[in-house]
Ligand binder design. Structure first.
Ligand code: PLP
Length: 481
């Protein structure tokens, strides 16, 4: 047989087994690494040859370079001591599902190009809708359904596009947008909404940022006032994004009140529950989504808190026909018999890209491995750990809480100057023992502590609190000798 450069089947078996071992070791030993990468900008790049390799090498050598050159520049999101931002928690079943997806190499742009890719996704998203007790309308058996997008940013972009078309009788798609469309969200909404209105051609100046109450939740009376002002000015209010769990402080917008206003004024309501949506797996936390039946679309990221490695944003619509009519373009080369029928979803009409990976497979692996019970167990455990941390902060008079903390995010600071809190955060992150991030609430520099890593246990939360107190003591000793 003619020599080729491909990996042989035997080499693939050996290297694959070795790499699964490599990952299993990594998970077991992840606490040995500094959580936040300790490299300087450019350090990793300059450690790699500037010229591409003329000849290939064996996997052994590749793994050695992975260890020596790439691992030092990794911030360990899977560390149990990662408490920063919002999580991107992975799990072994999810990694295995993703591996199978990569191996199958399916491009599921049409139902016909891999029926399982479409139908598993339809079914798993229906499962999820039931697991989270989402309104019936979001199920594929009704008028709606769910789809996996790469990110919450893309999900809300699709919601804005569908809302734009609904509001303009699908004329914007044909002639460009002539009306002055106005979108609304709160001052605490994620920055992706601003980006999306820019991408959708709405214009940043046509996004109204509605003020929030003392708990950082949108004030519905101000929303309605703003809509009415725009209506009087002959503008076209068309879209509201409410947040279930804001990024800064995990605030919950009042969906019922906002939803009623949207119905009254005929606006599309999109609900962004990027991280906190996962909490609805547990009945006792479902009050966060009260009023969701008034929403036109909803999104939560399984890639944040549901043990499914990035990317896996789950986007649901109550009326799929509006979304698919918005995004449908059918060139001759994609026509096929199944596409012409109404029996299956053609997911290419549910998002911007045509091509799609088999992302439902990792979700399927996760749900089959954990079951609803297992997922509920771990979500409850995270909330419990966060609530323990909350109690410790409350009991220490040197610290103050900066926002309500009903779930797994605690926003706190040392009483005193911003500078001292900035230094506290810098020292903790530089230590490599844990990783925290910050925000600004009521004008004050605030530290965020989010518990949602797959392997975080009480001992990690305890170690984190010990480290925080120790650094705080040394800072306070200098400030008040
Ligand atoms: N919405 C909220 C509330 C978020 O917290 C985030 C990210 O943290 C996003 C949207 C954006 O998520 P993605 O990275 O999936 O676009």
């Amino acid at each position: 047989m003619e020599k080729t450069f491909h990996m042989t089947s035997q080499q693939f078996r050996d290297a694959g087994k070795q790499l699964i071992d490599w990952l299993a070791d990594y998970y077991e030993q992840v606490e040995r690494y500094p959580v936040l990468a300790q490299v300087t900008p450019g350090e990793i790049r300059t450690s790699l040859p500037s010229e591409p390799p003329a000849s290939g090498t064996d996997t052994q050598r590749i793994i050695q370079e992975l260890d020596s050159k790439i691992l030092p520049g990794i911030t360990h999101w899977q560390s149990p001591n990662f408490f920063a931002y919002f999580p991107a928690n992975a799990s072994e079943p999810s990694v295995l599902g993703d591996l199978v997806s990569s191996g199958l190499g399916v491009q599921g742009m049409l139902w016909a190009t891999s029926p399982s890719c479409t139908e598993v996704e339809m079914q798993v998203l229906d499962w999820l809708a039931k697991m989270l007790a989402l309104p019936e309308a979001f199920l594929s058996s009704g008028s709606g359904g769910g789809v996996i997008q790469d990110s919450a940013s893309s999900s809300s972009l699709c919601a804005i596009l569908a809302a734009r078309e609904r509001a303009t009788g699908f004329r914007s798609n044909e002639d460009g947008c002539r009306e002055e469309l106005i979108a609304y969200t709160s001052t605490q909404a994620h920055s992706s909404i601003e980006k999306d209105v820019k991408v959708a051609g709405i214009g940043r100046r046509n996004l109204r940022l509605i003020d929030v109450d003392a708990d950082f939740a949108m004030r519905p009376e101000l929303l309605e006032k703003s809509i009415e002002e725009d209506e009087r000015a002959r503008k076209l209010p068309f879209f509201v994004c409410a947040t279930v769990g804001t990024t800064s402080s995990l605030a919950f917008d009042p969906l019922e009140a906002i939803g009623r206003i949207c119905k009254k004024h005929k606006l599309w309501l999109h609900v962004d529950a990027a991280m906190a949506g996962t909490a609805a797996l547990c009945p006792e936390f479902r009050q966060i989504q009260r009023g969701l039946e008034l929403a036109d679309s909803y999104c939560f990221d399984a890639h944040k808190w549901m043990f499914t490695n990035f990317d896996c944003s789950c986007f649901f619509v109550a009326d799929r026909a509006t979304l698919t009519r918005t995004l449908d373009v059918l060139p001759e080369y994609l026509r096929n018999q199944a596409a012409a029928s109404d029996v299956v979803f053609e997911y290419r009409n549910w998002h911007v890209p045509l091509g799609r990976r088999f992302r439902a497979l990792k979700l399927w692996f996760v749900i089959r491995h954990y079951g609803v019970e297992g997922l509920q167990f771990h979500v409850r455990r995270h909330v419990e750990l966060a609530q323990t941390f909350l109690r410790w902060v409350r009991e220490d008079s040197r610290f103050e809480l900066m926002a309500p903390a009903p779930l797994n995010l605690i926003c706190f600071r040392l009483k005193g100057a911003d500078q001292m809190n900035e230094e506290l955060l810098r020292r903790l992150n530089r230590s490599g023992k844990l990783y925290l991030s910050h925000t600004r609430l009521n004008g004050k520099f605030t530290i965020r502590f989010c518990v949602a890593q797959t392997r975080t246990e009480l001992q990690h939360v305890q170690q984190a609190w010990d480290a925080i107190r120790k650094e705080a003591e040394s800072l306070l000793a200098v400030a008040h000798p």
